[in-house]
Design a protein around this ligand. Sequence first.
Ligand code: SF4
Length: 316
Amino acid sequence: MSEKPVLDLLIAAPRGFCAGVDRAIRIVELAIEKHGAPVYVRHEIVHNKFVVDSLKARGAIFVEELTEVPNDAPVVFSAHGVPKSVPANAEARGLDYLDATCPLVSKVHRQAERLVAAGHHIIFIGHAGHPEVIGTFGQVPEGAMTLVENVRDAEALTPANPDNLAFLTQTTLSVDDTAEVVRTLQRRFPSISAPRGEDICYATSNRQAAVKAIAATCDAVLVIGAPNSSNSVRLVEVAEREGIRAALIQRATDLDWSFLDGVAKLGLTAGASAPELLVRELVDHLATRFTVNESEVETTRESIAFKLPRGLETAA
Ligand code: SF4
C-alpha cells in the first residue's frame, strides 16, 4: 500500500462564526423554542446554506419579503439588517417580529441617521445589492446617501455640495481596498467627515489579518464560505493579494482535488457565517488523501458576545 503524501495545513484563527452570526442563529433557535414551529425568517439569517438548512430542519421558513409571512406567525429579520420600512410594515400588520440585525450593523444605521439629521450627505462605501447596503440605505430618506463601490466610483463622484459630505462603510469590506477608497474621497473632498469608529467590523478585520498571516507562508489557501457571503469572498481576495492561489468552497464535497496539485502547505480559513463543523469536515476530507499535519496560527483572540433581544434572554 502506498503512503499518503504529507500536507501541512495552517488553519487561521480567528475564523468562522462571529458574535453577530452566533446571536442571529440563537435568536431563530430560541424563537422556535418559544413560539414553536414554524418561525419565519426574512432573508437567509446568515449567508450560509448549511446554517439555513439546519434551521429549516428545526422549523424555520425562509422568505424574501414580509408579504410571504402569514399574519399570525412570528418573523425574524436577518443579521444583515433591514430598511426601516420592514419593521414599520411588520408593526402595521401586528406581526410578532424579532430583529436579528447585528448590533455592529445597527451602529452604522444610527450613525447614518445622525449624519443626515446634522445635514450631511453620506457617501456609503459598499457593494450594490448586498442586503446590508439595502438595509442601511433604508435608514435615511431617498437621495440622502450615495453608494461608491470602488476607487473608480470615488473618482467619478460629483456631489451637489462637496463641502457637506460624510462617509460610512459596509461592515464586511476589504480593509485594504476600503482604505484606498477612503484616501481617494479624502483627497477629492478634504472636508469629508469620517465615522467616529471603524465601520468595518472587528470580525471582518480579524479574519482578514489572520488569513494574511498564513497566506505569506502557504502555497494556496482555501476559504470555507458562501459565494453571497461578503466577508468570505473578501478573504479569498486578501489571500490572492498576497500572491497566493485561493478558492472559496461551501463545504468539503466542493473541493476540486486538482486545486491541491503542487501544494505542500495549505492555508485554511472560514468566513464569519461558516460553522466550525465545516472546517472539521474539510480537514477529515483532506485526510482521506493526505497525511495532514495540522496547526493553528492565531493572530488575535476574540471575546465579543452580543446580548439577545429582550424577551429571549430568559429563554437562553
Ligand atoms: Fe456583525 Fe461583523 Fe459578524 Fe457581520 S461579520 S454579523 S457585522 S460581527
